[in-house]
Design a protein. Structure first.
Lengths: 270, 270
């Protein structure tokens, strides 16, 4: 088990994700990853340096910005240090014709400020409009996810709100909706905002069994029927659809923001 | 406005976060960042190459894994291509004594599979236990966030569930709780799981005004009193506390997972 250290003066989430992506190229190795965030003083860096020094052949990934801290780690780790700033900064300086200024943390991921309030507002909206609880106000939604129960609507909505500040509502297709060739009344005026989620019926059954014990809700024939009807509805009304079976919430959200919401028809209607 | 391209065969979120962190060192520059995710075919890569070729002095950050795609981009962009895999992979190969295998996507961030179901379960728990709606089952919580209304509990809980699979409940301190020196009855048996959130009263007032129009709820004196009482309660019962005023949800969550939940007292109690 090889010890892998992730060092950051901020959350370290980006450095960890980069390290995991790089290490995924060596699937035969077994890793134990330790993230050490918020290393914002020489004393904290020294403490982690002590932990690193005790390991036999560790790998160390760093997004530390402070030059003194990075020098200390380079001396300690040599080739075993992967310093994300050191590698790229000189080339960026050459291309941009400016000296880099060490700026710690804060520009990573969700931390883009200013958008904070927008995200909280989006989250409020998405929670109120979860699971078809409130179907008014869809005119204020950026997107309305549609699908059968347990097809992945709720986590995707919350992710879209938290990370992208999107007011994402979701509407569960119940039997009555699935028996009709028409869109449910609440959805019909908002067809251009709809995104369908679908899922493999066997996987759907597995998830439903984990939730409730048994009954028709978790019967395979029921899951097959619901998915078939939902997919037919999406096709009939030309609703863009994502199969959530094998992909993560992050990936579903990325498909929605980068492919579906970017389409011209969306721009027209916003 | 300098055009920055982020290319990925997966979501591209990690590559974008890395690029933003690197570019933050050059705050005088203005950027327009375009993320192009899911470039999983030569045709898609070629389409983006066409966009890049039209720009004057673009910067291109890539986490593409496919060697042919990377070669194409290197020829097109030269020094302007920042290829995250190219840079580190040879050194990792030398250190690990193995050849890298090109593995596309899927090991980034939330996409760590197997944990998926755990995250969905955690999200269910966190939504049911939001805002003190249900105070039973705290024995099944990994963490219970405590704070006055609008101190950041809900988004933090949902983030902890979505990203870390933690069953995170939250309990809002209401006036009755704030007037007593004792912990609320629902919380007392779970003191070791509590994390207090606090916030600058002026910021709290600003947030509350944005929510509801006016009234005592959003009066500055009321906000000051609530925060003072809450902080006194946290101190009295030695509840670890995070000030959410100037930090993002991501950062609050990172403090909770890496500092508070890692403490020995937590291990004892789990």
């Amino acid at each position: 088990m090889r010890r892998v250290f992730i060092l950051s003066d901020h959350t370290g989430l980006t450095a960890e994700a980069m390290a995991r992506a790089l290490l995924a190229q060596f699937p035969e190795e077994a890793y134990e990853i330790q993230r050490h965030p918020f290393l914002d003083s020489a004393a904290k860096v020294e403490e982690v340096a002590g932990l690193i020094a005790r390991e036999e052949a560790p790998l160390v990934f760093s997004s530390l910005v402070d030059p003194a801290a990075r020098k200390r780690l380079r001396e300690l780790c040599g080739e075993r240090l992967f310093d994300f700033f050191e590698t790229y900064t000189p080339r960026l300086e050459a291309l941009l014709g400016r000296k880099a200024r060490p700026v710690t943390g804060s520009l990573h991921g969700i931390a883009n400020h200013g958008l904070y309030q927008e995200r909280i507002r989006a989250l409020d909206f998405s929670m109120v409009h979860d699971d078809g609880a409130v179907t008014r106000n869809y005119e204020n939604a950026d997107v309305v996810l549609v699908g059968v129960s347990r097809s992945g609507k709720t986590p995707t909505c919350l992710y879209l709100a938290l990370h992208h500040g999107l007011q994402a509502a979701n509407y569960p297709l119940v039997e009555e909706d699935l028996e009709s060739p028409e869109l449910p009344t609440a959805l019909a005026p908002h067809r251009h905002k709809l995104v369908g989620l679908t899922i493999d019926p066997v996987q759907l059954q597995r998830i439903r069994i984990q939730r409730r014990s048994s009954g028709r809700y978790a019967a395979l024939e029921q899951c097959q029927w619901e998915v078939r009807q939902a997919e037919a509805l999406f096709r009939r009304h030309r609703i863009p659809t994502i199969d959530t079976t094998a992909i993560s919430i992050e990936e579903i959200a990325a498909h929605i923001t980068s492919e579906i919401l970017e389409r011209p028809r969306r721009r027209d209607s916003s």
